[in-house]
Design a protein around this ligand. Sequence first.
Ligand code: GRF
Length: 192
Amino acid sequence: MKKIVLFASGSGSNVENIVQFFQGKSNVTIAAVLTNKRDAKVLDRCNNLKINCLYFNRTAFYETDCVLGILESLRPDLIVLAGFLWRIPLDMVQRYPDKIINIHPALLPDYGGKGMYGMRVHEAVKENGETETGITIHFVNENYDEGAIIYQAKTEVVSTDTAEDIAHKVHQLEYEHFPKIIEKLLSARAVH
Ligand code: GRF
């Protein structure tokens, strides 16, 4: 049985999609969802999905071994950041080499880095008149959005698209591809 731990800071629609994808698959389980936002919608979603969701604050994350301790006890095969907005501390990156992945709602290296998240990304894509955008699934290192790219998928942007339209198109790509890439990584030898 392979175990996934998810990290999320917001709505958690990707979390819900991933949980539903793996429901009924006997070889993969979602061990827990960890969140840094006490009032995030992902908590309600986990409640409805009957998935354990644990909250931690900034001090616990950056100044204690609390979250590392939780991970040690859960023994995840893969740690998946699905809309998680804090930088992962170096000791966590080093403890889980090639086992932490993130999804970014644009085609990295464009539109990445600190402060580039959520609607800001889609607004920038719109402002720059891009004709395509997409998703990037990548390994996580100690810098925002800089780890090795695992997978990208593209979608067209037309001039009449609003930033909300772009966000919608990108979310559809995320729902389609993210669970499948997670499944592939779990079955590949790259994930020990
Ligand atoms: C997604 O667009 C993801 O790419 C980004 O944050 C967003 C999370 O959306 N990292 P949701 O919380 O899963 O709805």
